[in-house]
Design a protein around this ligand. Structure first.
Ligand SMILES: C[S@@+](CC[C@H](N)C(=O)[O-])C[C@H]1O[C@@H](n2cnc3c(N)ncnc32)[C@H](O)[C@@H]1O
Length: 279
């Protein structure tokens, strides 16, 4: 009798090898002939179509659990195209903003999204992350934006109401309970009144990775955190259903203006929320 995928995962988790196994799996699965051909070209000095430098494979791996730069570029483009589409559905058009408008990429990693977002908006761009290695690379190589390091817990270095738009893609998905609440409040502080917040969450499409007890808590509208001892790292995976996420952000002073559930596409599997900051 063969072992089910869930049983294998539980075994690997129990012996502490789930994270390693998942990373090997993601790299192998993404290594199509085209991805490998482009990686080889980048190694030999080819530049990205957008002209900006490419991070080393190790940094890409640390952020998206896959070291291929073609995946970093293609997934970033796909995610940001989708983000702009979601914003437009909410009646928000970043192309209409001016250079006086400030936009923050919270948990910007090694710039996968910010380098794409700049083609969609003339706004002034900022990125922040708690990993100093990622920010050092961004600050040295992505001259079109300003970058800062923050601590694992708030606050950010910015004054109240600094940003017309903040996006946090795949960041709240790696926080434990107390960090989650603290960062929701911090988002409320730095988004301007009437400004917008885009966040993503592991939702229904991904909740089948949870075991029975975790799934029951998820279905009950509670936050479920795995590997909480490494909060902030990708290994810590956090799940919350729509009622939980909506209730939490609304309680902090946001209004939900757009929701897009996770899709089958491997880069768009997280649930997407666009909130508007109320007074
Ligand atoms: C899965 S990666 C996503 C990176 C980026 N948003 C993207 O989509 O390419 C998660 C990122 O969140 C960052 N992160 C986790 N906890 C954070 C925190 N408390 N403050 C700032 N960044 C954080 C990590 O360092 C990492 O770069």
């Amino acid at each position: 009798m063969g072992l089910s995928k869930r049983t294998i995962k539980q075994l690997l988790r129990r012996i502490g090898l789930l994270g390693v196994a998942e990373r090997l799996y993601f790299n192998a699965r993404a290594a199509s002939p085209d991805v490998l051909r482009r990686e080889w070209a980048f190694i030999r000095g080819a530049i990205a179509d957008d002209g900006a430098p490419l991070p080393p494979g190790k940094l890409v791996f640390d952020v998206i659990a896959c070291r291929w730069r073609a995946v970093y570029l293609d997934s970033g483009s796909e995610i940001v195209d989708d983000m702009v589409d979601v914003l437009r559905s909410a009646g928000v058009d970043p192309a209409m903003w001016s250079p006086a408008d400030q936009v923050l990429d919270f948990g910007c990693g090694c710039g996968r999204l910010i380098r794409q977002f700049r083609t969609h908006s003339p706004a002034a761009l900022h990125g922040t992350d708690y990993n100093p290695d990622l920010i050092a690379w961004c600050a040295e190589n992505l001259a079109f934006a300003r970058f800062d390091v923050n601590a694992l817990s708030p606050p950010l270095a910015y004054p109240d109401s600094s940003f017309r738009f903040v996006y946090a893609r795949s960041v709240f998905t790696h926080l434990d309970d107390s960090l989650f609440d603290a960062w929701v409040a911090e988002m409320r502080r730095v988004v301007s009144i009437g400004g917008w917040l885009y966040v993503t969450m592991h939702g229904d499409r991904l909740a089948n990775a949870l075991d029975g007890a975790q799934r029951a808590r998820y279905d009950d509208g509670q936050l479920v955190v795995t590997y909480a001892s490494v909060a902030g790292e990708n290994l810590c995976a956090t799940y919350g259903n729509r009622p939980f996420v909506e209730r939490t952000f609304v309680a902090a002073g946001f209004e939900l203006v757009e929701f897009r559930p996770g899709r089958a596409n491997s880069h768009l599997r997280q649930d997407i929320y666009v909130f508007k900051r109320l007074d």
